[in-house]
Design a protein around this ligand. Structure first.
Ligand code: CU
Length: 577
């Protein structure tokens, strides 16, 4: 089966798919098959990075595009800061409620029937810090992975809601001095409307500089930021490529996307793009990446998809190559003091929506073409179809241009965290949470699905931002959380403001020596005796975590459909002596 995939991947692509569009269009995107462009780097100077971003929307074909444009016209720039630097970001909302967004909003309204109307309204006089408006023209920003406070103007996403009539809204915070160096990201987080905005392209990378201080093996390497997004299919009615095996009838899942057919082929739920170069179904014309033969680079890959899981591999002559993983979810793998040149060599890297992986890639030898692909992900019988497909060909030439950014050749080694390793700290308690789903009308399989994440013992309920927190913890403590999946599709658990340690996966101890902020929770099948689960050690020790913030599934259709809860971290009790 793999060989037929590879034939498909190397097939010539029909020129009809390679239409050009004027570069000055709002939210202009490169053509399929283009060279993978690099996002513009905006670097802090003298400890400060000032950025003006405007979010725009525009109808294009059968979907709405969303984009962040900076003061110089760059789309989704990389924000590059060092630990301790100040970010001052002014966000102007220029959303216009396009025709497609209006249709998406109507769909969301049906899903959010549980939320009182007054919560959703966009009241003109409201302060964006307390508006909480949930409308198709509201937006805000989440800085995914950063341990910064969940307060207005920093990283609050529950109450902060910016409307088109608001003045540019200021985000202003310091990257913590102990923030691990790596890849983080920014995206909107308005409940009910995250899916449509992120699918439309509203996302970008934020890089905390200094990874070469954590790992000597990447010092001096050219670095390439690759943002992989998903989007509505450009050719939704096209039959699968002739080079693919014949498949059973197409089924749709409860969200109306192509359902997982278990074959690794067929129509995907969404198209993918790589730095905005679309790689559309059915022929997947790959984008191109130029490298010098045998050259080593650090690839910093963000899965900014709304619902698509990635399983990346790099093939030379159709055989998978070793990829040198050095950081996951913004945290170097050796952050717990492992060897300063520790590299985990893997032939494929599974990246859930929201997660990041940073890895060393070696360019193909002269005369050999490489291929970056994502392999099929088994999302379960209730999940979307994430088939095998190409993303980019890697073409070598001796004069290939270098990526814009190169890591420093040397630097002071990163100081070790002042806190004990999370795995060595005793949890103060264990909680169990579970993902589940329910049809709004159990007798009608086509009725809308409600999505839940529930603390065991509480009654499943879709997320309501006005409800009190589901969980209250104390800053300074750590807890063990067991996250179960009682649904028949894969979910990706994510929590704001902190990282956690994966202790057990499917009941087996894994005790990973590194941290994550997003993790897959495998799906349930009827013949299983227990619900699949992961066990996580949650870290509430950082004073920046004090506040109220969400945890949720990072498949944004599920999050918007209710699979989110709130936690309040209360300040530590100070000793009076
Ligand atoms: Cu989910």
């Amino acid at each position: 089966m793999l060989s037929s995939l590879l034939c498909a991947l190397f097939a010539p692509w029909p020129p009809a798919l390679l239409a050009l569009e004027p570069p000055n269009n709002t939210c202009a995107r490169p053509s399929p098959g283009s060279a993978v462009p690099e996002p513009e780097d905006l670097r802090s100077q003298d400890g400060v990075l000032k950025v003006d971003l405007t979010i725009h929307d525009v109808d294009a074909g059968s979907a709405t595009r969303y984009c962040y444009i900076d003061g110089n016209g760059n789309q989704s720039p990389n924000l590059r800061l060092k630990p301790g630097d100040l970010l001052i970001l002014h966000l102007k909302n220029d959303l216009t409620l396009t025709a497609h967004a209006r249709a998406a909003a109507a769909k969301m309204d049906a899903l959010m029937h549980h939320i009182p109307n007054e919560s959703k309204k966009d009241v003109k006089k409201d302060d964006p810090c307390s508006s909480g408006a949930m409308t198709a023209t509201a937006t805000n920003l989440h800085f995914h992975g950063l341990t910064i406070p969940a307060i207005c103007h920093q990283d609050d996403v529950v109450n902060t809601s910016i409307s088109p009539h608001d003045a540019p809204f200021e985000y202003r915070f310091r990257i913590p001095t102990d923030e691990p160096p790596g890849l983080y990201w920014y995206h909107p987080h308005i409940h009910g409307f995250s899916t449509v905005e992120v699918l439309g392209g509203a996302s970008g990378a934020l890089i905390v500089e200094g990874i070469e201080r954590a790992n000597k093996k990447v010092a001096g390497l050219p670095e390439r930021v690759l943002v992989i997004r998903d989007q509505d299919l450009l050719n939704p009615n096209a039959p699968p490529s002739k080079s693919e095996p014949v498949l059973p009838r197409l089924l749709l899942d409860r969200d109306g996307d192509a359902a997982n057919n278990g074959t690794g082929f067929g129509r995907p739920a969404k198209d993918l793009s790589i730095n905005f170069v679309p790689v559309p179904y059915p022929d997947y014309p790959p984008a191109t990446i130029a490298m010098k033969p045998g050259e080593r680079q650090l690839w910093r890959v963000l899965n900014a998809s709304a619902i698509t899981y990635l399983n990346l591999a790099v093939l030379f002559n159709r055989k998978p190559r070793q990829l040198g993983l050095v950081a996951l979810d913004g945290v170097p793998l050796n952050y717990n003091g492992a060897s300063p040149d520790f590299v985990s060599w893997q032939t494929h890297l599974g990246i859930p929506p929201g997660a990041r992986m940073e890895f060393i890639v070696e360019g193909p030898p002269a005369g050999v073409q490489g291929l970056l692909v994502t392999r099929s992900v088994d999302t379960g019988p209730g999940g979307e179809n994430d088939p095998n497909r190409a993303l980019a060909v890697i073409k070598t030439s001796a004069d290939a241009p270098e990526p814009r950014s190169t890591l420093a050749a040397s630097g002071l080694p990163l100081s070790k965290s002042s806190l004990p390793w999370l795995g060595d700290v005793a949890p103060v308690r264990t909680r169990k949470l579970y993902f589940s789903e329910k049809l709004t009308d159990p007798k009608n399989p086509t009725s809308a699905t409600e999505f839940y994440i529930t603390v065991d013992g509480q009654t499943p309920a879709v997320f309501d931002p006005k409800s009190p927190p589901d969980i209250v913890v104390r800053q300074g403590t750590v807890e063990d959380w067991i996250i179960e999946n009682r649904s028949n599709e894969l979910h990706a658990f994510h929590i704001h403001q902190l990282h956690f340690l994966l202790l057990d996966y499917l009941g087996r101890a894994v005790n990973e020596p590194f941290l994550r902020d997003t993790v897959n929770v495998p799906y349930y099948r009827d013949n299983m005796l227990v619900y699949p689960s992961v066990r996580l050690r949650m870290d509430f020790r950082d004073p920046n975590a004090v506040g109220t913030f969400p945890y949720h599934c990072h498949l944004l259709e599920h999050e918007d459909g209710g699979m989110m809860g709130l936690i309040r971290v209360e300040p530590a009790i100070r000793s009076t002596q």
